[in-house]
Design a protein around this ligand. Sequence first.
Ligand code: NIG
Ligand code: FE
Length: 410
Amino acid sequence: MDLLIENAEQIVTCHTRGRKFKAGKHQSEIGLLKKSSILVENGKISWVGKKLPRGILRKNLLKIDARGKCVLPGFIDSHTHSVFAGDRADEYSMRIKGSTYEEIAASGGGIRSTVKAVRKASKKELKDLAGRRILTSMCFGVTTIEAKSGYGLSAAAEIKMLEVISELRKELPVDIYATFLGAHAFPDEKTREDYIDEIMFRMIPAITEKKLAVFIDAFCEKNYFSVNETKGIFLQGVKYGLTPKLHTNQFYSIGGIKAAIECGAISVDHLEVMKPSDVSALKDSGTIACLLPAVSYFLDIPYAPARKLIESKIPVALATDFNPGSAMSENIQLTMSLAVQLLKMNIEETFNAVTINAAAALGVSDRIGSIETGKQGDLLIFDTPAYSDILYHFGVNQLWKVIKRGRVIC
Ligand code: NIG
Ligand code: FE
């Protein structure tokens, strides 16, 4: 059935006016409409405005009265590690007492401990866990999500994770994009060279043959993958049709950003530690800077220089980075609150960062991320008349309805 959302107090359209993303001062433009309605036909937005088109009410429509409420595009979480087994609550408690994330990783915990749990888990267990988590993300307004592998670190276990994502895509009402993150850490049982060979010559060909991922990612950082190793892996991925995204500049600036851009990365993610040369490399590259403030909050590390990036006209997206070690929260609204309070992004920049710019970080901003005719009917209705209340009244989920392709899903 087609859908009519009537008389919303505010509609935050995040309009693109034909642009792929919003940068600089445009990142503050949200295209606000007042007392307006939205028509969704065959899953796509067919009309937005004040005065209903003639004859529309004769159609068989599901009507939602949105008086006193505000409507936004569905949120897009463009960076998550939602597929994992086990937990790292013990590490959390050690960190609260003063150990650092890097110390815990160096003593055999961290990513490796989740790798053990994922290898042990059956596909069904992993799928049940990840499915529930993605539904939790959805309850906070996420209608499109990215999910990475990276806790398998062997061909079989990486493929198991990606197959989970592929099955969930068919079963859950949200869109899910898969990223191959074999280069997340080094497994204990292999030499560095052997593992990189396995990624390049075994995993990438097998994963692309089975069409299990669209993106390729790596953790380019001191003690993880070097700039040259990252480049080699990315170029091989590109050869097999994958698009790079990169975990970089979380703890050190070692040149990951420049390398990612040279390999055609669609986004560079984290960016807590930035040198002026990193900012200049990003400027005019068209690569999205995806910031993950929940990691800074959870690990107590510096926050990314969001203002500097926006002032340099770099398009900024925000994502949760939901994972058991550095950001154990599916709540994208929490990420948005942190962005406003701690990254000093304004409310409008923040909404564009989880809608249109997040869509651009997944290469799909022509289809989702704004309320414009022709776009997918992915919409959120909040039970508040003003969009600013969503962040002003913090820590409370005021979401009333989640709509995916014109269907109410939550
Ligand atoms: O994005 N930084 C690398 N990877 C993840 C954390 C993974 C983990 O600790 O399990 C991140 O923060
Ligand atoms: Fe991550």
